[in-house]
Design a protein around this ligand. Structure first.
Ligand code: GP9
Ligand code: MN
Length: 400
């Protein structure tokens, strides 16, 4: 198995040249605050309901941030935990179950470990659910988080809760009380909860009308996304009040889809698009917003996936090399021809899309000869197999 390790290491060396950009290290020494936005898909960005923006705050933040508008949800059954796995390890999720539950004892080179080792930065997670959910408490120990603030660390009442637990506004307020005490710089990931299926909201938290599509789930979804937007706005405002804003890089991303395939017709209605395979694939895009103080806004339309967030951040933080068993590619320099890989073997490139057993030209949406997709299919199979080998064989043991 150590020869599989060597294979994986040389594979990644060839496929991810350490392309540099002039943004290398621009966030070095800053706090890293990541906001995992529950079930937030990219189609809500700059979209309106009855003339009102669904995400007014995110839309304004985007104007002064790097906004990656073609990043795809690559999670599988592990949902939020799969997105966390990709960001913290650069590995793909498993085909079934969650790595958090199946392989929590593995040896990973996690983002917290890298930050601790290279820059003496400690890492923390904040989330309102119970600590055992997705086996987080154990996995975060494995990843080297200094502390996990979970439900028991929050003041949770019936009044300040909805659906899965504490609402985003009190969650962020109470998190801030803890964050402002942390030694700087720190890495903090905060995981929101209110915008979770089935998207329930109290009247007092409703800031926008329901949408008017054929799917009630989508109609409610816009109201919980709007609530989350407001909660994030207040949270970032509190960084300004604490004098921490200028010293912090904010990274906001949607963890995975909220509107499952069953209800996608409603999302297509909302954005006014036809029901085609390519348009449905586009719905799998999640927003990725990276705000570095002092840098102007820029929209970056390179394709990528959630697994690429890690390398992108390491680049901005001025950390030269990722661990050799990571499949993460820097989004600023990612090559157009590298496929964005989904766990079920589907993929997209800048030009093509593979879905089910068919190859499509993205631009026109037409089905084309499968030979156009064939070279990528091989790469996709290889990359997923290597990632699985690393996870099942705990190959991180052989890397120092
Ligand atoms: C629960 C939260 C939501 O703690 O992460 O879980 P999900 O269903 O999105 O994975
Ligand atoms: Mn989630």
């Amino acid at each position: 198995s150590s020869s599989t390790t060597t294979n994986a290491m040389s594979y990644m060396k060839e496929s991810t040249p350490t392309n540099n950009s002039d943004l290398f290290g621009i966030a070095k020494g800053k706090n890293l605050v990541m906001i995992s936005m529950e079930s937030t898909q990219d189609f809500v960005i700059n979209e309106k309901v009855e003339g009102e923006e669904i995400t007014p705050f995110l839309n304004s933040l985007i104007k002064e941030s790097f906004y990656f508008n073609q990043v795809f949800d690559q999670t599988a059954q592990g949902k939020t935990s799969d997105s966390e796995l990709m960001i913290d390890t650069g590995l793909y999720p498993l085909e079934s179950g969650s790595v958090f539950i199946r392989k929590p004892q593995n040896d990973f080179t996690s983002l917290p470990e890298i930050l601790k080792e290279k820059q003496n930065v400690q890492s923390y997670v904040f989330h309102g659910n119970i600590q055992s959910f997705w086996n987080r408490e154990q996995m975060y120990k494995t990843f080297g988080y200094k502390r996990y603030y979970s439900k028991k660390d929050y003041h949770v009442t019936e009044e300040n809760s909805v659906n899965y637990g504490i609402k985003d506004e009190p969650f962020f307020n109470q998190s801030m009380e803890k964050i402002k005490e942390l030694p700087q710089p720190f890495y903090a990931r905060l995981i929101t909860l209110t915008n979770h299926f089935p998207f329930l909201l109290d009247d007092e938290d409703t800031h926008i009308a329901k949408a008017n599509t054929q799917e009630e789930v989508v109609n409610r979804y816009v109201t919980t996304v709007r609530y989350q937007d407001e909660a994030i706005k207040q949270f970032i405002q509190s960084f300004k009040e604490q004098g921490l804003y200028e010293d912090t890089m904010f990274v906001l991303y949607g963890d995975h889809y909220g509107i499952s395939e069953k209800y996608e017709q409603g999302a297509l209605d909302l954005v006014g698009q036809q029901d085609t395979p390519v348009n449905r694939m586009r719905l799998k895009q999640v927003p990725l917003i990276v705000h570095v103080p002092g840098y102007e806004g820029k929209t970056i339309s390179k394709i990528g996936g959630e697994v690429d967030i890690r390398a992108t951040l390491l680049h901005l933080l001025g950390i030269e090399k990722d661990n050799p068993l990571s499949f993460s590619r820097n989004l600023f320099t990612r090559s157009k021809t590298e496929p964005v890989i989904f766990r079920n073997g589907n993929f997209v490139t800048a030009k093509y899309m593979w879905k089910g057993n068919d190859c499509y030209r993205k631009k026109t949406g037409e089905k084309i000869d499968p030979s156009n997709c064939e070279p990528y299919r091989q790469q996709v199979r290889k990359e997923l197999r290597l990632s699985d080998d690393i996870i099942y064989g705990d190959l991180g043991r052989f890397v120092d």
